[in-house]
Ligand binder design. Sequence first.
Ligand code: C2E
Ligand code: MG
Ligand code: MG
Ligand code: MG
Length: 285
Amino acid sequence: SAKEQGKARYEVFDNSLRDRALLRLEIETDLRRALERKEFEVYYQPITSLKLGILSGFEALVRWNHPTKGRIQPGDFIPICEETGLIVPLSNWLLKEACQTTRSWQLKYPEHPAIRMSINLSAHQFRESQLIQEVESVLQETGLSGKCLKLEITESTLIDNLDTVTEIILHLREKEIQFSIDDFGTGYSSLSYLHRFPVDTIKIDRSFVSQMQAEENSAIVKAIVTLAHMLNMDVIAEGIETTAQLAQLRLLQCEYGQGFFFSKPLNKAQAEALIASSPKWETVK
Ligand code: C2E
Ligand code: MG
Ligand code: MG
Ligand code: MG
């Protein structure tokens, strides 16, 4: 009937808006309990030395095992964590968990002492948390050496608070902790800013790597790698999926690669199995 049709139409419109608002509210409420309920899990994606063809470390990536909705990817809850400030306790938990895991692997596999862990930081952590104290106490508690820890920050985090962030980075670098710029090329900074960033590594965003067969994109990648090397920085290419991309990046002398070509993010047991089966490891520079 017309009434049913009208109702159906109304519901279609209403549902999309209302459902989205409800879902968001539900996720926010659930997130507040997720930490104490131990619903978060750290996954580890291998980072490979392109020159030597061996594993050099991992990036820690959070996953949320929701009790009814199943596995939720970070893109669907990290932004909410950032808006609500929940990102700080979540990040502190992840930092400790990933450092503890790294240290336990180093002790269990002493023939691979150089396992290095990369961890994502959000802008919030530079504003409201005691980032320096937090990092230093985690290193002390876990016994992990600072040179085995690498912290990833985005261009926008850097640009928006250049002075504060620079100060914090310089402080943590005294502990030999390294820094990378994540998703490089997607932010608003220009290449002319790069020399001002006190970082060791640039991670070229997947969007450039995945389009490298287009000439203008491979020119951009080449420009980034060249400039990074002139500034004494290493380069990690994100999102390598094909042999062709790998070959191009090796030609450009990009130091490291990460992507499904090598491995998807692994759970803790799978990552450990990879270490156990790895023949040899690069030594920490
Ligand atoms: P990111 O730091 O740039 O991490 C790389 C993302 O690219 C990961 O997605 C990874 O699974 C994905 N990826 C890696 N290789 C490939 C590939 O070859 N192909 C494709 N299609 N994708 C690939 P993930 O795990 O979904 O994380 C998304 C983003 O969420 C991360 O981007 C990071 O910005 C954020 N994130 C993840 N974990 C954390 C965390 O613990 N703290 C914070 N603050 N952010 C996190
Ligand atoms: Mg990252
Ligand atoms: Mg990235
Ligand atoms: Mg990226």
